[in-house]
Design a protein around this ligand. Structure first.
Ligand code: ING
Length: 301
C-alpha cells in the first residue's frame, strides 16, 4: 500500500487590496517549506488566491469578476504550478471560477506530481444568503456570487491514492464524506474560510467554531475510514476574523497534525494509506453493513 507525506498549507489573511502576485509568492514560499519537510501532496485553503470576498455586498459585475479566474492555470498562478512541478509536489487549492459560459463556482483543483490538473471540484453546499441582510453583523453572500457545484463528489487516483475534495461548508454535511467514502476514498482535502464569529448568532465564539470544525472533519474521517485534511485561510481580513485550526486527521479519527497560529503555517504528517483498510473491511465495510433500503429519506428533495 502507498505512503505519502501530506502537507497542509494554512494561509494567513489576504486583504482585499492584496495582488495575486503577492499571494502566489506566499503560496510558493509555503511550497518551498513543504519541499524541505519532504511533503509530496500539499493542500491549500478555499479561495486561496483572494480575500474571502463573499463578505462584501457588490453590484458592479466588473468589481465582482475581478475576484474570479477565467483560466487555470493562468499567468498569475503559472509560477506556482511550475515550482510544484519542479519540486514534484502535488497540490490542491481553491479559487473563484468564472467559466467561458459565464457561470461562477467556488472551485478547487488537484494536480498530480508533475503539475498537471487531474481533478476539479465545485463547492456544493453554499452557506449564507444572496441579498444584502442588514440583520447580520457581517455579510456571507456565497449564494449571491456562486452557483451550487455541478460536478458531484468525484474521486481520482493520484500518486496511487484515491483522493477527493470538498470545500468549507461541505465539511459540515455527512453526505459529503459518505458520497466520497462509497467510492473508496483514502484522502479527502478540504480548504476552508470560516468566520470566527457567526453573523447570526453572536454568542457562538471562536472556541466553539474551532470545536465544530474539528468535530466535522474527525467524524468524516472516522465514519469513512479515510484521511481528512482541513486547511484554513485564517486571521484578520480587512478587520474580519477567520478561524485557523488546520488539521490532518487519520482514518481512525485522530488528529495527527494541527496548526498553532492564524498565519501562513505548514502542517505535515506522513500518511500510510494501508491504515484505511482496517475500517473499510470491518466496522465500515459498507457492502456488509449498510442498509440503503432504509436511507431513502436522505436522498429525497
Ligand atoms: N464558511 C463557513 C463554514 O461553513 C459557516 C460558513 C460557518 C456556516 C459556521 C455555518 C457555521 O465554515 C464557508 N465559507 O463555508
Amino acid at each position: 500500500m502507498t505512503k505519502l507525506v501530506i502537507g497542509g498549507a494554512q494561509m494567513g489573511p489576504i486583504q482585499r487590496a492584496d495582488s495575486r502576485a503577492l499571494v502566489i509568492d506566499r503560496m510558493v514560499a509555503l511550497l518551498e517549506r513543504a519541499a524541505q519537510a519532504g511533503v509530496e501532496m500539499l493542500v491549500y485553503p478555499e479561495l486561496a488566491l483572494t480575500t474571502f470576498f463573499p463578505r462584501w455586498y457588490m453590484t458592479d459585475p466588473a468589481e465582482i469578476d475581478a475576484f474570479f479566474e477565467r483560466d487555470m492555470p493562468n499567468a498569475a498562478t503559472a509560477p506556482l504550478f511550475a515550482r510544484a512541478r519542479e519540486l514534484r509536489i502535488a497540490i490542491s487549492f481553491g479559487y473563484a471560477e468564472l467559466t467561458p459560459e459565464g457561470r461562477r463556482f467556488n472551485t478547487a483543483i488537484l494536480t498530480d506530481r508533475d503539475g498537471r490538473i487531474v481533478g476539479k471540484y465545485r463547492k456544493i453546499h453554499l452557506p449564507g444568503h444572496s441579498e444584502y441582510d442588514p440583520e447580520r453583523s457581517h455579510q456571507h453572500l456565497e449564494k449571491r456570487y456562486f452557483e451550487p457545484g455541478d460536478l458531484g463528489f468525484p474521486v481520482w487516483r493520484n500518486a496511487d491514492v484515491v483522493m477527493g475534495m470538498a470545500i468549507c461548508n461541505d465539511r459540515r454535511w455527512p453526505e459529503t464524506y459518505r458520497c466520497l467514502g462509497l467510492q473508496g476514498v483514502e484522502l479527502i482535502m478540504i480548504g476552508y474560510n470560516t468566520p470566527s464569529v457567526n453573523s447570526q448568532k453572536g454568542a457562538e465564539g471562536l472556541e466553539k467554531r474551532l470545536f465544530h470544525s474539528d468535530l466535522s472533519l474527525q467524524a468524516g474521517a472516522y465514519q469513512n475510514a479515510t484521511y481528512v485534511v482541513g486547511v484554513a485561510k485564517a486571521g484578520l481580513e480587512d478587520g474580519h476574523p477567520l478561524i485557523g485550526g488546520s488539521i490532518i486527521v487519520d482514518p481512525d479519527g485522530t488528529v495527527i497534525a494541527r496548526a498553532k497560529t492564524e498565519g501562513d503555517e505548514l502542517i505535515v504528517a506522513p500518511c500510510d494509506f494501508a491504515a484505511c483498510a482496517f475500517g473499510k473491511t470491518t466496522i465500515f465495510d459498507f457492502a456488509r453493513h449498510r442498509r440503503p433500503e432504509h436511507y431513502g429519506r436522505i436522498t429525497a428533495q
